[in-house]
Design a protein around this ligand. Structure first.
Ligand code: URA
Length: 230
């Protein structure tokens, strides 16, 4: 593989950014600065950047316990994003398989495998997401049937897909939805005249948030957990 392609893949940057690093003399090949991106790398070549030895990483999969106050996109200049919480190389290659709002906590899956995350986010796959919801006002029993039949959200053409609502107390519920419209849970409760005061995602598909993870902590998924979405 060419050196510039290797840099771009291992650091998650574009080829032109890789060329800039090379021109700046910031990349070492077997201990010596190197500027030519076209050099073909051999098996035993050692590439270093910023004091770190680079390797091509395979697909990566993590679960994060998202705390409040972090966004799931790296394009929001006003708030810290969840990638700040990860100590991993090539952060630019990673993305969230489904986003949570700034004030929502709980399970976020992070990967660099676009096909895998598509199974979680694509409406076609109807991947279930379970939320624990705290509400400003008591939720009537009738909401269970309303959510099961589908809710008309403002500015949406279709009803929401059937969702399962379980009442834990007057103002606490578990809600399982099978799609991921923008602010969906908050909008569903708004549509029945209530307000979500706290929202926490407990489960995505077959995967529950690991209780050992404190807010802000993360861990790699096991092979079985990754395969459970295939
Ligand atoms: N629904 C919401 O309203 N917010 C989230 O963060 C996730 C689902």
């Amino acid at each position: 593989m060419r050196l510039d392609k290797f840099l771009s893949q291992s650091l998650g940057i574009t080829r032109s950014q890789a060329s800039r690093l090379l021109r700046g003399g910031e990349v070492l090949l077997n201990g010596e600065p190197v500027k030519q991106g076209a050099i073909a790398l051999g098996e035993s070549d050692e590439v270093e950047f910023a004091g770190q030895s680079l390797r091509l990483t395979g697909p990566r999969y993590f679960m994060l316990h998202k705390p409040e106050g972090y966004v799931c996109s790296n394009e929001d200049p006003d708030h810290p994003n969840v990638f700040f919480l990860l100590e991993e190389p090539a952060l630019g290659k990673l993305h969230c398989a489904g986003r949570l709002d700034l004030d929502t906590t709980g399970l976020v899956l992070i990967t660099d495998d676009g096909q895998w995350s598509h199974r979680i986010t694509s409406p076609r796959h109807e991947c279930a997401k379970r939320y624990r919801v705290w509400l400003a006002d008591p939720v009537p029993e009738s909401a269970i049937a309303q959510f099961a039949e589908g809710i008309q959200l403002r500015s949406e053409r279709d009803l929401t897909r059937p969702a399962q609502l379980e009442l834990i107390s007057d103002t606490e519920a578990l809600l399982t939805i099978h799609e991921g419209k923008y602010h969906q849970v908050k909008r569903m409760f708004a549509a029945i005249g209530n307000k979500v005061v706290k929202l926490h995602r407990e489960q995505v598909g077959p995967l529950a948030l690991d209780a050992a993870l404190a807010p802000g902590e993360y861990r790699p998924l096991t092979e079985e957990e990754v395969a459970a979405f295939r």
